[in-house]
Ligand binder design. Sequence first.
Ligand SMILES: Cc1cc2nc3c(=O)[nH]c(=O)nc-3n(C[C@H](O)[C@H](O)[C@H](O)COP(=O)(O)OP(=O)(O)OC[C@H]3O[C@@H](n4cnc5c(N)ncnc54)[C@H](O)[C@@H]3O)c2cc1C
Length: 496
Amino acid sequence: MGALSSAVTEHAVVIAGGGPTGLMLAGELALAGVDVVIVERRTSQDLDGSRAGGLHARTIEVLDQRGIAERFLSAGQVHPALSFSQVALDISDFPTRHNYVLALWQRLFEPILAGWVDELGVPILRGREVVGFAQGDTCVDVELSDDTSLRAEYLVGCDGGRSLVRKAAGIDFVGLDPSTSWMIAEVEMEEQPVFGFRHDSVGTHAIGRRQEGERIGIVLTERQVEHTGEPSMDELREALVGVYGTDYRVHSPAWISRFTDMSRQAAAYRQGRVLLAGDAAHVHPPQGGQGLNTGVQDAVNLGWKLAQVVNKTSPESLLNTYHTERHPVGARVLHNTMAQVALARADERHQALREIMTTLLGMDEPRRRIAAMLSALDIHYDLGEGHPLRGRRMPDLDVHTADGPTRVFTLLHEARPVLLNLGEPDGFDVSPWATRVRLVVAEHAGVWELPVLGEVAAPSAVLIRPDGHVAWAGDLTDPELPRALATWFGPATPAH
Ligand SMILES: Cc1cc2nc3c(=O)[nH]c(=O)nc-3n(C[C@H](O)[C@H](O)[C@H](O)COP(=O)(O)OP(=O)(O)OC[C@H]3O[C@@H](n4cnc5c(N)ncnc54)[C@H](O)[C@@H]3O)c2cc1C
């Protein structure tokens, strides 16, 4: 890579795209003190259309881990059940403080998240696009649409399903072409429509309104899969007449768009100094409402790892664990959305399958398993053998410390690793990691219950990563503990 010209601005990390994933990643990096900048095509946080309809339990938990969940909870409405291909699955018995779905449109979610990122001082270069990049041994030169460039140690493509970063990196986007297309719109209607779902030989259609005063939302399965461009108002009228026999004198669309069930995933989430997250790494149909949620959780998995590499706490090989851990999660989302689309097919054979699945999902064990998957509460990264907590999310226990009562998620607000000692106070010398890992001595009286697994044996200590996943759990004399500390948070530093 050539010498740096005076016109090039340097940052540790450049994020292409300031949607939900890019914003969350920027917040995580800023918390760890990393110099990060977002380049965003849109001139403001405004969205065309409402897009994602809400947050699942694990996403609310990760926001809670940063102390910002309340901002979102106060702007949305809580519902006890999530939906698998329109079969309602109640999660109010799940062992989490957030045992519900939060209905909150993406157009409302993004400004709240952007507010947090702004408080953390992250600059957003708006009205500009990343148009290309050149990767070298020590840096990436990122070209912007205004003929300027940025030099960074890492570039992260959070630039959505049509990701330029992914394409320019030559990363394959592997999967299925669309089999179904849906038209989606928010409109006014002169006549009272039939609210709810309607099934016919084409597929499932829906008309609804989340609350009085809001526009009416429409989703119509289309007869044709292939289309060029966005649908017109005439096409919407025609499609309404095709399904309902009337267009309900539809007018004043806030927006009209279409989406398909294309399912594709990046073959690699990392290529050298370039990483992908969110829709740039995986696209799938919106059934089950998982896209935004998965992107935000990708960001929380990647953020602390990238920060540790940039801050030279960890070798760059730590970044490989991002692909190892998150690619299977993305693949699972693609898999379950394919199943949800199939179950909604209108023909009799699929409807028979749907009826059987609905019966099964009415049973306790299948309901808990599928709902834990959709809400991402069951994610289990393969971090090796050991206590059942290892690789799973740390539950938000009430604990008592020398400073008084607190919650485990409160201990994670700074996005720093925590060694939570619930046993003998002086059982382990953490000083070789003291600059990186916070030791908290606490007491907890009560059971440890995990989603799906149920009650697990209480460990006497837990090493919690900044993303809230357990790196190790057990007894402080376990020789695995120093190994886990070194694997995740860098080698021991000798005492001075
Ligand atoms: C109809 C519909 C319903 C949905 N419902 C749900 C739901 O209920 N729940 C759910 O979790 N998900 C849902 N989703 C999916 C959700 O909208 C996406 O998964 C989510 O927006 C992904 O966030 P992201 O930040 O990864 O990508 P995006 O939101 O696509 O953000 C990418 C950003 O990058 C910017 N950008 C693009 N290219 C460039 C470039 N070259 N340079 C700079 N900036 C660039 C864009 O302007 C954009 O701001 C739905 C999607 C649709 C279409």
